[in-house]
Design a binder for this molecule. Structure first.
Ligand SMILES: CC(C)(COP(=O)(O)OP(=O)(O)OC[C@H]1O[C@@H](n2cnc3c(N)ncnc32)[C@H](O)[C@@H]1OP(=O)(O)O)[C@@H](O)C(=O)NCCC(=O)NCCS
Length: 150
């Protein structure tokens, strides 16, 4: 996650050491472990052989909290697969839409996957490049043997 931000998100932090430091300040193993204790959120990873290629998190109400690909796995489908998994998890927990705040770096990626901008950019970690986006989710298919949901 730290490498993803530092190495891939230059369109957001522009290599500014102060902005990068602010963004990375809470991306520590200890803080991350605390986030993972949140009961209403799921943390998913995309793997490639034994390595984690991407990590993401979504709340049961559909807020995508994070979605970061390793620079070693960029543009090989990891984030696409992970995003589909996050959306499926949210839909499975009853969410009707997914929301997120995109980086400038990932804006095109989310647009290409059905996300629409839903408001003015927000300020995060000293940068004005947080883009609120949302996508309406398809309802999960009814499980075999269960009455159809009408
Ligand atoms: C942009 C990013 C999210 C794409 O993830 P990925 O795992 O590398 O991408 P995938 O292989 O799953 O999908 C490729 C998609 O990336 C996008 N993409 C391709 N080239 C790109 C480029 N030069 N810059 C930005 N996006 C690009 C396209 O939408 C492409 O999809 P398409 O081929 O259908 O057009 C990722 O590379 C990245 O930079 N992540 C940095 C962390 C970040 O910003 N996370 C989002 C936090 S909200």
């Amino acid at each position: 996650m730290r490498r993803s931000i530092a190495e891939l998100c230059g369109a957001d932090h522009h290599g500014d050491p102060a902005l990068l430091a602010a963004w990375l300040a809470n991306k520590t193993p200890k803080v991350f472990a605390g986030w993972m204790r949140r009961a209403d959120a799921s943390y998913l990873v995309a793997t490639e052989r034994d390595a984690i290629a991407a990590v993401g998190a979504v709340t049961d109400s559909g807020e995508i909290l994070l979605n970061y690909v390793s620079p070693d796995a960029r543009f090989r489908g990891a984030s696409s697969a992970l995003l589909a998994g996050l959306e499926a998890r949210a839909a499975g927990r009853g969410a009707r839409q997914c929301t997120l705040i995109s980086t400038e770096t990932a804006r095109r990626f989310y647009r290409a996957r059905g996300y629409e901008e839903i408001g003015a950019p927000v300020r995060k970690f000293g940068m004005d490049s947080g883009f609120p986006m949302a996508k309406v989710l398809a309802r999960p298919a009814a499980l075999p043997g269960r009455a159809a949901d009408v």
